[in-house]
Write a protein that binds this ligand. Structure first.
Ligand code: SAM
Length: 288
């Protein structure tokens, strides 16, 4: 099979199948061999490894993954792409295409049935309209993943890799950095896709940690507190917590908790580090 990443090959496949791109499914296909090479290199796969791809499109990245990894599973939502993938990937017996919405798929079962205990990484050029739910699903389901190498909208990558204090730092930053170590792989111009999207992109690698970045007694409470801390970005941490938790003893209870863990009640949530949120969550857990 010819390299699908080649723009004229992509156009030929799209035309032959009379495929019409659906914007609402985030369909922008990669046509830049240099960027494809960087994604595959960052994934660092060997024949002993597995790769899970979300949204294979016409199979451009899938083809490159099939040559590096032992097993590739690609989950595609759009039924119109399934016959195309059967043709473009027919020379790759190590690829299985699943027709499913990844947000509804039972990924634990898929891992057990398909990957045979191999080291697995997610490698994908994600549909941008569902990037955050997909990444949150991969993290929260605690799948046995080695890394997540994904193309995302530039602004989303900046939120994932943000440091406390800026406008990009928020609940997504904390969730991503709690479970993984993010590293920007490369910036990607609009011209790398057919059709061109309206936004710039970044390839980011999220390396799964063996243990979460900070120990917390009650993870659910920790994430509830993080969400509360960023609920209204212009408000202080005290006001946001008061609003979300409304403890029986009123504001005073929260002020005392904040003071006990060394956090000024007038600070905003976006200035709190992961460690500070963790200390605060443990203080809440102690009292509840
Ligand atoms: N991997 C291809 C490439 O790099 O050229 C296509 C990437 S395109 C940005 C995103 C792909 O995700 C499309 O094929 C789209 O149909 C698919 N997709 C959109 N929503 C999905 C979902 N919820 N589950 C699985 N695939 C989805």
């Amino acid at each position: 099979m010819k390299r699908l990443v080649n723009p004229s090959v992509t156009r030929e496949v799209v035309d032959r199948f009379r495929f019409q791109f659906k914007k609402q499914l985030g369909q922008n296909f990669l046509i830049d061999a240099n960027i494809l090479g960087k994604i595959v290199e960052a994934a660092d796969l060997s024949k002993a490894d597995g790769a899970l791809e979300i949204g294979p499109g016409i199979g451009t990245l899938t083809q490159a993954l099939a040559e590096q990894a032992g097993i590739v599973v690609a989950v595609e939502k759009d039924d119109r792409l399934i016959p195309i993938l059967s043709e473009t990937l027919r020379e790759y017996p190590n690829v299985t295409v699943y027709h499913a919405d990844v947000l509804e798929a039972d990924l634990h079962r898929l891992f057990a049935e398909r990957f045979d205990g191999r080291k697995v990484s997610v490698v994908a050029n994600l549909p941008y309209y569902v990037t955050t739910p997909i990444v949150m699903k991969l993290l929260e389901e605690r799948l046995p993943l080695h890394a997540i190498v994904v193309m995302v909208q530039k602004e989303v990558a900046e939120r994932m890799a943000a440091v406390p204090g800026g406008k990009d730092y928020g609940a997504l930053t904390i969730a991503v950095q709690y479970y993984t170590e993010p590293e920007v792989v490369c910036r990607v111009p609009k011209t790398a896709f057919l059709p061109q999207p309206n936004v710039e992109s970044i390839v980011i690698k999220l390396k799964l940690r063996d243990q979460p970045a900070v120990p917390v007694q009650d993870e659910r409470l920790f994430f509830r507190l993080v969400r509360a801390g960023f609920a209204q970005r212009r408000k202080t941490i005290l006001n946001n917590l008061q609003h979300s938790f409304s403890p029986a003893g009123g504001k005073e209870v929260i002020i005392r908790m904040l003071e006990r863990v060394g956090i000024e009640p007038t600070r905003r949530g976006e200035t709190l580090s992961l460690q500070e949120f963790a200390r605060l969550a443990d203080e809440f857990a102690r009292l509840s």
